[in-house]
Design a binder for this molecule. Structure first.
Ligand SMILES: Nc1nc2c(c(=O)[nH]1)N[C@H]1C(S)=C(S)[C@@H](COP(=O)(O)OP(=O)(O)OC[C@H]3O[C@@H](n4cnc5c(=O)[nH]c(N)nc54)[C@H](O)[C@@H]3O)O[C@H]1N2
Ligand SMILES: Nc1nc2c(c(=O)[nH]1)N[C@H]1C(S)=C(S)[C@@H](COP(=O)(O)OP(=O)(O)OC[C@H]3O[C@@H](n4cnc5c(=O)[nH]c(N)nc54)[C@H](O)[C@@H]3O)O[C@H]1N2
Ligand SMILES: [Mo]
Length: 747
């Protein structure tokens, strides 16, 4: 096409080429160096120019007229010029902070937003609110909130640091591992995505190499498709992994296969755990026969796997999904105990690893090299809630809650500011969130699209997408650096989050504090220059900004060669010289700290605690267990605007086992209603024996429908999920702890 311009940009799903003609994105193509490019950007031209883009600043009519929450979510919106809308929002922010204090403003603003170092929506909103006196913040993520709380007690390391910096890389696994035991699988579809982008998608390729080498790979979980085809599948009931892990541990101990020398030297508390394992404390030995009816695996299969794990180089991996369920602390803790009993922690290709495949950066072996960050400043307010407790907080101001050994009251929130996230996609039990969301006086959202969250706001500011602004793409989990060019002029009247917050800050008398006298161009220049200097100190030369603009991208020489030297390897060599940062300096099988909290839902060593909703408590009204994995065709709810237009694509697809389908007269392609007491949604059935009988799977990401609909038309699983903390320790989200029923819809 004449007049077409082609540039490379990057995203959370990787780099891709973009064709632009007449100020429109017209096509995308894979980035040449990517061995397994993601198909996600295919829909970009339609999504970026979609009619659901927020065109102009919009204020809900009822709020404009009465300043009350009444009608939130169902009202119409009034479009206003930028100046007027910013005046109104700035006055309201000022009113709330002066009347109620900054402890009445919730700015946790969880969400993935877009890649790009400067225009990172969450950093922008945090910097703005910090400048304005602070905000109630959130701890952790929906991804790994529970793990982030429990794992430092067990291994003495920040969970995310452990994950990205200390786990074996794929090459080490390839060269050493003989048995790969994957709880929750390792799904290359999920590894297509990484915070800030992964350029060379290599996970699927590694599994081809594992197969060629004859590595035994075992996928343990409810779905065969959670791991590549070359893997064996041990179908498991969701929520029952801890029972299976305990039975594996029992076999090791019972058959003399446990490595007591390792336990003695590198762990504490096996003496407290062993009586529980053998049933001396509760009368129930955790035998394979005990676990079989709980988890659905055969006793003989459990024994065979335990023996194999003890006698070959075995790496246990655990998907993040396992801690996104009630008592999610237990499989995480127990998997570390199981690995300790095998005694291979610290050996190459052995031990334990979390989240391989969950996102593309895990297993990538790179020399640490930081990205660039725009300073968020200091938050003068020190109230922080566990991120997934947002609805509880809105609903119950003043109520005390427990979290990881602390006890605090929920703040009384009057104003919510969200930028770069979609809580009416990501939070559990959305009908209940909708109720809780009616309590604050004002809700402000920056968003490119009319998502369910934007529709439930009082003030909506139209934000640009990364294709409408210049930025730098760089993350420590990738070995590429990108210039992200401004490809098109902003759609409608959209502005960058930075421009929106600058406009608000100026009106509140905080313009200089927020901007430090710099516009976006000046900040990008400075941040990039700082990055360039840090890179030079590590002996890595990158071009200056003009050079990077011309070059578009740089492949950085930071791939590690040779075996990884993880911190467990050093600990193994000399645990006295290189102790862990736990109270004992060792792996804590029993934690006196956790025991001291006195939580019955997370006692001093790992235990089997059945979830309140799982196949063990299934009833005639809710006989099926719902799991809600990440969608393969997109990132969460992003680009959904245009995906929903693809004929036959919505409602979302519900995977159901042939026996469960037959019982309900359901066939592939049929419209079904998925329901429980919390809500109902429509879905399209896909009958498959790749899922365990009794379990159904509906991916996240469909846009949640409008209030008043008694059935979400698009198929968002969070109409059904339970909003419950994992335990008083982790308070993570429990999305996978959900029972439902399914029926066929006529017509
Ligand atoms: N049932 C169930 N629920 C789950 C999960 C599950 O497994 N099961 N998983 C959970 C997990 S792990 C996660 S991470 C969450 C994901 O939940 P979210 O992170 O909330 O999902 P996204 O759709 O990525 O939301 C990002 C939003 O930011 C907007 N956006 C993009 N770029 C910009 C920008 O530059 N500026 C502004 N202002 N906005 C922008 C997008 O349009 C989108 O609406 O979902 C959670 N929910
Ligand atoms: N394409 C794409 N990739 C993504 C994302 C996306 O939106 N799109 N999101 C990214 C984000 S934010 C995150 S946090 C990661 C999440 O990464 P993960 O948490 O690892 O992945 P999920 O897809 O949530 O769940 C993986 C599988 O776990 C299984 N499962 C559920 N419950 C249980 C259980 O109790 N036991 C066992 N053994 N298995 C269970 C389900 O069958 C499910 O398919 O994915 C990332 N990758
Ligand atoms: Mo996540």
């Amino acid at each position: 096409m004449s007049g077409t311009r082609t540039k490379v940009t990057t995203s959370h799903w990787g780099a891709f080429e973009v064709d632009v003609a007449n100020d429109r994105i017209v096509a995308t193509r894979p980035f040449a160096a990517d061995p397994h490019p993601s198909a996600i950007p295919d829909i970009l031209p339609e999504a970026v120019h979609h009619h659901t883009r927020v065109a102009r600043p919009s204020i809900r009519r009822g709020w404009l007229e009465t300043r009350t929450p009444a009608g939130r979510g169902s009202d119409t919106f009034v479009e206003l010029p930028w100046d007027e809308a910013l005046d109104i929002a700035a006055a309201e922010l000022d009113r709330v902070r002066k009347t109620h204090g900054n402890n009445a403003i919730y700015g946790g603003s969880y969400g993935w937003g877009s890649a790009g170092r400067f225009h990172h929506a969450q950093s922008q909103v945090h910097r703005f609110l910090n400048t304005a006196g602070g905000y109630v913040a959130s701890f952790g993520s929906y991804s790994t909130g529970c793990a982030q709380a429990i794992m430092p007690h067990v291994i003495g390391e920040n969970f995310l640091k452990f994950l990205y910096e200390h786990q074996d890389g794929w090459q080490t696994i390839h060269d050493n591992t003989e048995t790969l035991v994957m709880f929750g699988g390792v799904n290359p579809k999920n590894a297509q995505v990484s915070m800030g982008g992964i350029t060379e998608h290599e996970t699927a390729g590694w599994f081809d190499r594992f197969a060629a080498k004859g590595m035994r790979c075992v996928n343990i979980g409810p779905q065969r498709v959670d791991a590549p085809d070359i893997c064996e599948w041990l179908p498991l009931r969701p929520g029952s992994d801890t029972a299976l892990m305990l039975a594996l541990a029992y076999v090791l101990e019972d058959e003399g296969l446990a490595d007591h020398a390792f336990l003695e030297r590198y762990t504490v508390g096996f003496d407290r755990f062993r009586p529980y394992l053998l049933g001396q404390t509760d009368g129930q030995p955790k035998t394979p026969e005990w676990a079989a009816p709980l988890c659905g695996a055969e006793p003989d299969a459990i024994r065979e796997l335990a023996r194999r794990m003890a006698t070959t180089r075995t790496l246990i991996t655990v998907a993040w999904s396992l801690q996104r369920g009630e008592h999610g602390e237990q499989p995480y803790w127990m998997s570390a105990v199981l690995a300790a009993m095998i005694g291979q922690i610290g050996l190459p290709g052995g031990g334990i690893g979390y989240g391989y495949g969950a996102i593309g950066g895990v297993g990538k072996s790179l020399k640490g090299m930081s990205g660039m960050t725009f300073s968020q400043g200091q938050n003068p307010v020190n109230t922080v809630i566990p991120v997934a407790r947002v609805a509880d907080m809105l609903r119950n101001p003043g109520q005390m809650y427990d979290f990881n050994g602390t006890r605090a009251p929920y703040p009384d929130i009057r104003l919510v500011y969200w930028a770069g996230g979609n809580p009416f996609h990501h939070h559990q039990d959305l009908n209940a969130l909708h109720e809780a969301w009616q309590r604050p006086e004002t809700i402000i959202v920056n968003e490119p699209w009319w998502t369910a969250t934007a529709k439930r706001a009082d003030i909506v500011f139209p934000a640009t997408t990364p294709y409408e602004r210049e930025d730098i793409g760089r993350t420590s989990m990738d070995d590429y650096l990108f210039h992200m060019p401004r490809l098109i002029t902003p759609v409608g009247d959209a502005r960058d989050d930075y421009a929106i917050f600058t406009g608000l800050a100026q009106r509140m008398g905080l313009g200089e504090a927020f901007t430090e006298g710099k516009d976006a161009d000046a900040w990008i220049e400075i941040l990039y220059q700082e990055y360039r200097e840090r890179a030079a100190l590590q002996g890595i030369e990158v071009p200056d900004l003009d050079g990077l603009r011309a070059q578009n991208w740089v492949h950085l020489p930071i791939q590690k060669s040779g075996p990884n030297r993880t911190f467990f390897a050093l600990f193994r060599e000399d645990p006295d010289a290189m102790p862990l940062k736990t109270p004992s300096g060792k792996i804590e099988i029993f934690s006196a700290t956790i025991d001291g909290f006195g939580y019955d839902d997370c006692p001093g060593h790992p235990v089997w605690l059945p979830p309140t909703e799982w196949l063990g408590t299934a009833t005639a009204a809710t006989p099926l267990h719902l799991v809600s994995p990440q969608p393969g065709d997109k990132l969460h709810s992003q680009l959904e605007s245009a995906l929903a237009d693809v004929p036959g694509a919505r409602p979302e697809t519900l995977v159901i086992h042939p026996e469960d389908a037959a019982e309900r007269g359901v066939q592939t392609g049929d419209m079904v209603r998925v329901f429980n007491a919390r809500g109902a949604c429509r879905a399209r059935a896909s009958v498959s024996d790749s899922i365990r009988q009794g379990v159904v799977a509906l991916p996240t990401g469909a846009w949640f429908g409008d209030p008043g609909e008694n059935m979400d038309p698009h198929g968002n699983p969070n109409t059904l999920t339970r909003d419950l903390g994992t335990s008083r320790l982790g308070q993570g989200c429990s999305a996978h702890t959900t029972l439902v029923d399914v029926c066929r819809l006529e017509g």
